[in-house]
Design a binder for this molecule. Sequence first.
Ligand code: GAL
Length: 379
Amino acid sequence: MSRRLLAALSSAVLAFGLAACSGEGAGGGTDTAGQDPKDLTIGVSMPTQTSERWIADGNSVKQKLEAKGYKVALQYAGDDIPTQSQQVDQMITQGADVLIIAAIDGTALTSQLQAAADKKIPVIAYDRLIRGSKNVDFYVSFDNFKVGVAQASALLVALGLQNKDGSKGAKTGPFNVELFAGSLDDNNAHFFFNGAMQTLKPFIDNGSLVVKSKQTAIEQVAILRWQQETAQKRMEDLLTSTYNDGSKVSGVLSPYDGLSRGIITALQNAGYGTAANPIPMVTGQDAEIASVKLINDGVQSSTIFKDTRLLAEQAVIAAEAFLQKKQPQANDTKTYENGVKVVPSYLLPVQTVYKDDIKAVLIDSGYYTAAEVAAGQAK
Ligand code: GAL
């Protein structure tokens, strides 16, 4: 037998062997540990492209995995739950070896995750915890309670009730404020709101903050799917229902830049944003470029920067650990109980960004260029 034929035969046997032990598709049931990255596929499921942050996340994860030689199947679900379920199903049948998922609805993927588990495909929840399933192997995110604390603290600082170092500020209020929360089906929304409310409560209790609408329960202030338009509509409704007596709103707790932009639009349409009628202090999250511009222009008050490059890196580290049949290193094994089990997590720190911090935190770190900030658009 010629050497070439022998080589061809042995690789055919090898290929057959791999297919045989993985069943249908080349999915995670295979012994991925010794395999060439180019023979391994990572499925990456992201919620939506309407928010710039998820585009940055998807791109970062893809680039980092591809740089290591892996194949990547990246899908966006247009914030539609059946679409995401179907995309994840497809990744499983097409032989993904690991799944990285940022869920739209944290409880809607149970059957997909069971299918993944049946094929021994590890699942990493990306930024949003997947709830109600034992088949979530790891969670990479930020300290979400601290995000809420940081948002509320930024509101207090902007109003002058507190200094950046946490000491008592020069102002005493009372200030009228309104509260917003994220989508109730996103686990993070609850962490953000709880962190924020714990921080704001003493100020509400002592009367220096007044929630004039009296809407303080998360169910009353939540915005389904984190939609900008819904937030704008709720702010418009608040202005007509609660501030039609000449009173002014001074601050708005907003948990995400997209919502903040909707809230700001409603306020501007109602005449806020002039010297006589200044725009209220509005918080945010994600340092989306359009909002960074608004902060730079003195329109939005702050945001919370979550470096998606670092999050993507942690997701890649976790994926590689699983491919090598190792357990990724967690730095939190207590907080993220998903209704069935505590999911081992790697949580990253966050940074508050006011106008003065844009250069040091966002530009000097290479996250955005000065030109992008000025234009309000990332390349
Ligand atoms: C959350 C995430 C936030 C924000 C929000 C809306 O799950 O933690 O950073 O992006 O979704 O997309």
